[in-house]
Write a protein that binds this ligand. Sequence first.
Ligand code: ZN
Length: 278
Amino acid sequence: MRALQLITDRRIEIADLPAPPAPSLGEVTVAVKAVALNHIDVWGWRGMAFAKRKMPLTIGAEASGVVEAIGPGVSNVLPGQLVSIYGARICGRCHHCVAGRDNLCENVGGVHGFHLDGFAQEKINIPARQLVLAPPGVDAVAAALAPVTFGTVEHMLFDNAKLQPGETILVHAGGSGISSAAIQLAKKMGCTVITTVGSDDKIERAKALGADHVINYRVDRFEGVVRKITKKKGVDVVFEHCGGCRLREDVKRVGTGNQLDGHVVDEVPALAEILGDI
Ligand SMILES: [Zn+2]
């Protein structure tokens, strides 16, 4: 079977690999139908000195596929069903996994497509606990996009920020992938969505996704516009995934103090300092 592999940093080739054997206990054989592309794939392609991994490595951290065969003890999926594949090798036993907080797994074995062989291959054997059944009406391409971007946004908006229908949310960086998901999900549940963009050509796209108000922050100071739109009340939720100084400004200037949610990957000390301030 074909697999797309990273041979060395910045070099990808199609390889011919043996198909997986029959699935063992708790495993499922999935015929991969669609693979998404995320920043983690770009980081993996460029090469990161700290990443513990061996090459060649099959790429692809986010994907969907059809269940082809199930191993003994598998009860959450059936052959023929379309599934999203979760990219982290979670243990399924620690208290976080049992509570459904897989992202906090204490024994995570790496990320597929980055540390471990990924999903850009025709078939893969994968633990059943890493599969999520696609709802009716969701096709393979849409299902492939669910785990990383939409999963992250779902966690930020609903698990952490507890966004409620009718609330007003400020979504920063409306042109980014993660904010595109946030605009759509917030609008779907009946929120007023204000978003910021850095250029005029992103305004119409943000509106098409469902944003009620789009602010070009290079033209207007978003704080003033937000206060005007909300009649000085401020927003209920600030969706911020850039971190650092901007988060401090968001909370001081436009937040009502109810909800704060940041997904910060590279500025943890700055975030800690900010959280100490508020
Ligand atoms: Zn775990």
